[in-house]
Design a protein around this ligand. Structure first.
Ligand SMILES: [Zn+2]
Length: 92
């Protein structure tokens, strides 16, 4: 396990509260595919059921979110796997 240090607020430096929120229902936007183009997305319906958890550092002093990130799904891990390899020039 990773050791979590106390994280100070990036505005006032006060200690922050680590909090996790869960989302399981997401609503497609009015412009789901392209901005400025309102079109239906029939394949997913009115709601997308996907579990997303979000982490925040909340400052008690400012009463604001100091820091926010996605806990899961961990999209970054997938990106690392498909990270493009440096192009090596080889004779063909
Ligand atoms: Zn603060």
């Amino acid at each position: 396990m990773e050791n979590r240090k106390m994280v100070p607020c990036n505005k006032c430096g006060h200690k922050t509260v680590l909090a996790i929120g869960y989302l399981s229902e997401l609503s497609p936007d009015q412009e789901p595919y392209q901005s400025d183009v309102v079109e239906p997305c029939d394949s997913v319906g009115e709601t997308i059921y996907e579990e997303v958890s979000v982490g925040i550092h909340y400052c008690e002093q400012c009463q604001k979110i100091s820091d926010i990130w996605i806990e899961s799904p961990q999209i970054n891990e997938e990106l690392e796997e498909t990270e493009p390899q440096p192009i090596t020039k080889e004779g063909t």
